[in-house]
Design a protein around this ligand. Structure first.
Ligand SMILES: N[C@@H](CCC(=O)N[C@@H](CS)C(=O)NCC(=O)O)C(=O)O
Length: 224
């Protein structure tokens, strides 16, 4: 009997959309339990499932996992379909390099903007944070654009190798805040707000294309 696959997600947060894109790419059917906010009952529920309070969490038969990047590895090691990681040593290291890049450079760039949205910051302090986020985001996406330029020369439209991998998912789910595919900005207030504040900017056409190719795999999300 096929084991059911359940994903407990706080959408549209990017660690959660990473899992949704990976599930769609691999063609794995799943049920979503969508949670919002941090009410004590919600936290108690997440801790009861996985022993910790953050999402994403997945349940697959008797297996419970948390941590988006671990979940992507679990999906790749246990399900057929297109690969998220690579059998090639250099490509695997490159994918892990983008994993580190999205957590440090991209998330670091976006942090001041998250502080405004979730911290209720207003006025000149908020404006300064948005300027800082845009400057850091533009600098970080220069690295993505450069790599995609090299890949284009080599005949690929992806960050590593010739097909979409976890590297593209990591980068696109975070960079999407700067340029969502047409219409997706209306899916939830978080994306609408980011869409009005954060810009991908000029000379980012390859990055824009990557974001859109990856994020079109998302089913319509619910959430903040
Ligand atoms: N390293 C974890 C981070 C998980 C995480 O920070 N989840 C956020 C949503 S993106 C969360 O649950 N936040 C709720 C909170 O901070 O209370 C992962 O990659 O999944």
């Amino acid at each position: 009997m096929t084991k059911t696959f359940k994903a407990t997600l706080r959408l549209p947060s990017p660690n959660n959309t990473k899992v949704q894109v990976a599930l769609a790419y691999k063609g794995i059917p799943y049920e979503i339990d969508s949670v919002t906010g941090g009410e004590p009952e919600t936290i108690a529920k997440l801790v009861k499932i996985s022993g910790q309070p953050l999402t994403p969490i997945i349940e697959h038969g008797d297996v419970v996992m948390f941590g988006s990047d671990s979940i992507l590895r679990y999906l790749d090691a246990n399900f057929p379909g297109p690969r998220l990681f690579s059998a090639d040593r250099d490509e695997m290291k490159a994918i892990e390099g983008w994993e580190s890049f999205h957590k440090n450079e991209l998330m670091g760039a976006l942090r001041p903007a998250f502080e405004v949205f979730f911290g209720g910051m207003q006025g000149p302090e908020a404006d300064a944070n948005i300027v800082r986020a845009n400057a850091a985001f533009y600098e970080a996406t220069a690295v993505v654009e450069k790599r995609l330029g090299e890949q284009k020369e080599a005949g690929s439209e992806w960050l590593v190798g010739d097909t979409m991998t976890a590297a593209d998912i990591f980068v696109a789910c975070y960079s999407g805040f700067g340029d969502l595919p047409e219409g997706q900005e209306d899916w939830n207030p978080l994306w609408k707000w980011f869409n009005s504040k954060l810009v991908l900017g000029d000379n980012r056409e390859l990055t824009r294309g990557l974001i859109h190719r990856v994020l079109t795999l998302l089913p319509a999300p619910v959430g903040v």
